[in-house]
Design a protein around this ligand. Sequence first.
Ligand code: ATP
Ligand code: ZN
Length: 210
Amino acid sequence: MKTLKIAIQKSGRLNEKSVELLKNCGLNFENYKSSLISPVSNFPLEILFLRDDDIPEYVQDGIADLGIVGENVIQETEVEVSYLQKLGFGKCSLKIAVPNNNSITALEQLNGKAIATTYPVILGKYLKEKGISSDIRTISGSVEISPGLGLSDAICDLVSTGGTLKSNGLVPFADVMSSEAVLIGQKGSENEDLVQELIQRIQSVLRAKE
Ligand code: ATP
Ligand code: ZN
């Protein structure tokens, strides 16, 4: 019989909730921080622990049949996968924020301005839709300090409580997208019996939480 593979984040904001969800589905597996792959003893499934950025492509390419990842990462990597189930955790929004001492009050004022982000694809589409042309500066982290360093006029970053923005003297200005963790599958995988069974277990765990 086929063994399914599901990719989840190895460490970070989605790891604990992803592991908890799978355990609540009655799946037995060891959760060693050192291992990249963990077999499930009571279901034909292996768990792959990966960086979240790699999960959409692994699923698209069928290296993993399923994955748990933030919608933001899926949109940014522009992969073709099936959205199987929203999971209700990892909620956050991608927002444009500006220094709290500046005079930007309308989106048009971002024309010609530099916006630092780790989400150039999503931000680029959003600005295009709004007819705004800004200078998107792609950086790989610590986006929120870039206005203070004079590297950008605004930022576009993930926000949950807003605490990080506030402590860096930034105020949210526009909502680009809202996101939560979702279960994704390789296109067509939802037709497989084993995948269906896993989706149903996940859905009943989610229903029990309501
Ligand atoms: P990795 O090492 O796997 O690449 P990472 O640093 O890219 O991890 P995390 O910071 O752990 O990622 O965030 C994982 C996901 O958690 C995000 O892609 C997003 O969907 C979600 N998330 C929820 N709240 C926040 C937040 N306040 N800031 C960033 N991400 C958040
Ligand atoms: Zn990442």
